[in-house]
Design a protein around this ligand. Structure first.
Ligand code: GUN
Ligand code: ZN
Length: 432
């Protein structure tokens, strides 16, 4: 029998979306809880009293007194190739892409560079408590081979894809409809479903893909219903206007993707700011997810994600850093900015729901909720322990926090990597 191991501390995980009202039946919280592992998987999560009562005496118990055990964070949209672009003063999306992002992405043709950046990026994610992410590579096939190679070595559950772009970007960053699909097909064959890795078909956005390339991506997506899809939509008004000019036949920017069969379950659409009610209804019907990227949207002045409209339409939402337009690798910091984006629109993002967005919602968006996202028995044991981290202010404020909601709000508003006491992957502590 595989060895049992117990982790004791406060414990929180989600069974579903607690919604705007913070429905308490959608999560489980144990003030004194135990996460029982059998090897690399969850055997059980419950109150310490209930779990310990039935536990053989010789099972080792790791005591995380003062800590809060939660599932590892899932970042639903980020760019590893933009690690070195973070905090670059773009005036708005298209200016930022041209002046900072495209020049940096040119370097990923070099496998050694890609490997070094992938290593740094994944180390940083783990330090911040993020154990799974949906990640953009660059147009270069080598960028994705490098990323998956490094992720596989660390035994991580990760998804990534090679960017498709055949126009409106520097010539040496362009593929073609044919080469882009051939490279994607080869990468799917090499990586999708291997260990804990998943492939995502990755048209950058409709601006940089010809209709021919989007059509080819759609054909590829139909051939591979099991793979993910990731792209950007309706982030910035100038971008939306450009898309309208490029695709005059389509009712909306989102419709361009829909026409090509790219709007479906397992597709993650970053931003979704400038959408109308028809778009949102279509998003909901398709089963695709909107990735809410608050630090990026504020940094580039793109606009405010409308969570209330998403709820009215009933489409899925997950939370994402969008590094390097996003200004932090931390999902705690990302939750804080999401909360403020809601506030600016007279909406409320409860802390409980913010933690749902950063865990189970991300796992669902990536169709990985059979494996990760909460502590249901049998799930892979990717989890983190949050605590005051020796930060005097956090310690002081947590001491005064009485309820779970108050505690979570302190973590998301004031927390950073110092408050991630430990990150576990497949039951093994791998950071810090
Ligand atoms: N739209 C197209 N490419 C990008 C990108 O790299 N980052 C962001 N934030 N938006 C995009
Ligand atoms: Zn992005």
């Amino acid at each position: 029998m595989t060895a049992l191991r117990a982790h004791r501390g406060a414990l929180l995980h989600f069974l579903g979306d607690p919604g705007a009202g913070g429905d308490a039946s959608r999560f489980e919280y144990f003030e004194d809880g135990v996460l029982l592992l059998e090897g690399s998987r969850v055997a059980r999560a419950g109150s310490a009293e209930a779990v310990l009562r039935e536990l053989p005496r010789d099972v080792p118990i790791e005591d995380h007194a003062g800590g809060l055990i939660v599932p590892g964070f899932v970042d639903a949209h980020t760019h590893y190739s933009q690690t070195d672009v973070i905090a670059s003063a773009g005036r708005h999306l298209l200016h930022w892409l041209e002046h900072y992002t495209f020049p940096q992405e040119c370097r990923f043709e070099d496998a050694a560079h890609a490997t070094e950046v992938a290593g740094f990026f994944l180390d940083e994610l783990l330090r911040q408590g993020t154990t799974t992410a949906l990640v953009f590579g660059t147009v270069h096939r080598a960028s994705v081979d490098a990323f998956f190679t490094v992720a596989q070595r660390r035994r991580l559950r990760m998804a990534a894809g090679k960017v498709l772009m055949d126009r409106h970007c520097p010539g040496h960053l362009q593929d073609t409809a044919e080469t882009g699909i051939a490279d994607s097909e080869a990468l799917i064959g090499a990586w999708h479903g291997r260990d804990r890795l998943a492939y995502a078909i990755t048209p950058r956005f409709a601006i940089t893909s010809s209709d021919e390339q989007l059509a080819a991506a759609g054909v590829l997506a139909r051939r591979h219903p099991e793979v993910l899809i990731q792209t950007h939509v309706a982030e910035n008004r100038e971008e939306v206007e450009w898309a309208r000019r490029l695709f005059p036949r389509d009712r909306s920017y989102l419709d361009v993707y829909d026409r090509h069969g790219l709007l479906r379950e397992g597709a993650v659409y970053a931003h979704c700011i400038h959408l109308d009610a028809d778009d949102r209804a279509k998003l909901a019907a398709s089963g695709a997810t909107a990735a809410f990227c608050p630090t990026s949207n504020l940094f580039l002045g793109s606009g405010l994600f409308d969570l209330a409209a998403a709820d009215r339409a009933g489409h899925a939402v997950a939370l994402a850093t969008d590094v390097g337009a996003g200004t932090s690798f931390s999902m705690l910091a990302t939750m804080a900015e999401a909360y403020k984006v809601a506030q600016l629109q007279g909406q409320v993002l409860s802390p409980v729901r913010a933690f749902y967005f950063a865990t189970l919602a991300g796992a669902r968006a990536l169709r990985m909720d059979d494996a990760i996202g909460n502590f249901a028995p049998g799930k892979e044991a990717d989890f983190i322990v949050l605590d005051e981290g020796g930060v005097p202010l956090v310690k002081r404020r947590l001491a005064a926090a009485k309820t779970l909601e108050e505690r979570l709000l302190v973590f998301m508003m004031l927390g950073d990597e110092r408050n991630v006491r430990a990150t576990y992957v497949l039951g093994e502590r791998i950071a810090p």
